[in-house]
Design a protein around this ligand. Structure first.
Ligand SMILES: CC(=O)SCCNC(=O)CCNC(=O)[C@H](O)C(C)(C)COP(=O)(O)OP(=O)(O)OC[C@H]1O[C@@H](n2cnc3c(N)ncnc32)[C@H](O)[C@@H]1OP(=O)(O)O
Ligand SMILES: O=C([O-])CC(=O)C(=O)O
Length: 360
């Protein structure tokens, strides 16, 4: 137990809940914007509150000229998570948070709104030599992301898939990146620093980076039977299979059942008959051999793939969603702050006499 929080329960007798609302209820019925409002402000919005919030998020998509220059100068072959991290940090230089945090709500909305623009401005500039604007027909973060990526209006099915995925990714108690954001807040640092640090932590393949690694793994195989023998061989070689296992859950990740269904639905939608069976074959071997289950990252990978999203953008989408959770934790930490500073058990040498440099 590393602290107290009123934001999320992960298992431990309660199931997965955001501010007391069941994740299945939210994933089925809510939009991502309602959930990010819930997480960051503590309550579900009324229709007029939601409308006003969405307008603010749309306004927050705009990129300052100085940030565009930064994005143009970042290399084409940089990892997109480095773009997200650097974009967040650069915005913190251009539009810093007030020292007394009086504008924290506005900064949170700004970050939620601008993250898709940061990624897609960089993407189009380097891939297509085009400087995109941030106008869109879409009034949601998921719809805006898909429209700007593909330069065409997304289907309702894909927009719903984005809502569900963003809702599932939005919050998960004291996971590594959120805990880092809270540590940042606990030093009374600004919100950009806390979230920049969290993005860096999310990038690792043992955490958010696993969705990209899972897609790379799935792409190694062209059939379910090939995947079965391939995963057996990897397990024999003691390889880690990305997208499986969890530090908190012991027999299943409750988010998996939802995202797996969406993966199946989108496979049908795009007429892909190989990737879903390959994924299920991997799942079966992992359970039969190791009693390990897919976590949220595993079927998120194919869900995004079916929507034509490049694999390297999977973890940046996680950022677009988890910013809501990170921000909620920053606000909560600030509300009753105490510096987070754990201790370590010392296992180094004892009582050594200093040796003069000439005699070492
Ligand atoms: C949204 C998220 O961040 S969800 C997590 C995303 N991360 C991944 O999918 C990465 C792959 N999974 C893992 O590395 C781990 O399961 C973690 C990091 C998620 C949890 O790890 P821990 O609780 O520390 O478990 P740990 O890594 O000690 O594993 C325990 C045992 O299970 C094995 N194991 C755990 N996960 C896996 C896996 N994905 N593939 C193969 N073996 C695994 C370990 O090798 C270890 O075996 P051993 O006891 O024989 O050495
Ligand atoms: O809780 C964790 O350790 C990782 C996780 O599933 C998440 O951050 O969504």
């Amino acid at each position: 137990m590393a602290g107290r929080s009123a934001i999320c329960t992960v298992g431990t007798g309660h199931g997965l809940n955001y501010r007391g609302y069941d994740i299945y209820d939210l994933a089925q019925n809510a939009t991502f914007e309602e959930v990010s409002y819930l997480l960051t402000k503590g309550i579900l919005p009324t229709q007029s509150e939601l409308d006003a919030y969405k307008k603010e998020l749309i306004k927050a998509r705009a990129l300052p000229e100085a940030l565009k220059i930064v994005l143009k100068n970042l290399p084409k072959n940089a990892h997109p998570m480095d773009i997200m991290r650097t974009g967040c940090s650069a915005l913190g230089c251009l539009e810093p948070e007030a020292d007394n945090f009086s504008d924290q709500d506005a900064k949170i909305t700004r970050l939620m709104g601008i993250f898709p623009s940061i990624l897609l401005y960089w993407h189009h500039y380097h891939i297509n030599g085009k400087e995109i604007d941030t106008n869109s027909t879409q009034d949601t973060i998921g719809g805006y992301f898909l429209e700007k990526l593909h330069n065409k209006q997304p289907s309702d099915l894909w927009i719903k898939a984005m809502h569900v995925s963003l809702i599932l990714y939005a919050e998960h108690e004291f996971n590594a990146s959120t805990f880092v954001a809270r540590i940042g807040a606990s030093t009374l640092s600004d919100i950009y620093s806390a979230i920049t640090a969290a993005i860096g932590v999310l990038r690792g393949p043992l955490h958010g980076g696993a969705n990209e690694a899972a897609m790379e793994l799935i792409s190694e195989y062209t059939s379910a039977s090939q995947a079965t023998s391939g995963i057996h061989a990897k397990l024999e070689a003691k390889a880690k299979i990305m997208g499986f296992g969890h530090r908190v859950y012991v027999s299943n990740d409750p988010r998996n059942i939802v995202i797996k269904e969406w993966s199946r639905k989108l496979a049908d939608d795009v007429g892909n008959s190989t990737i879903f069976p390959i994924s299920e074959a991997i799942e079966k071997v992992m359970w039969d051999e190791k009693k390990l289950f897919p976590n949220l990252d595993f079927y998120s990978a194919s869900t995004y793939h079916f929507m034509g999203i490049p694999t390297a953008y999977f973890t940046p989408i996680f950022v677009m969603s988890r910013t809501a959770g990170w921000a909620a934790h920053v606000v909560e930490q600030r509300g009753d702050n105490k510096l987070i500073r754990p201790s370590s058990e010392y296992i180094g040498p004892e009582n050594r006499a200093y040796v003069d440099i000439k005699n070492r």
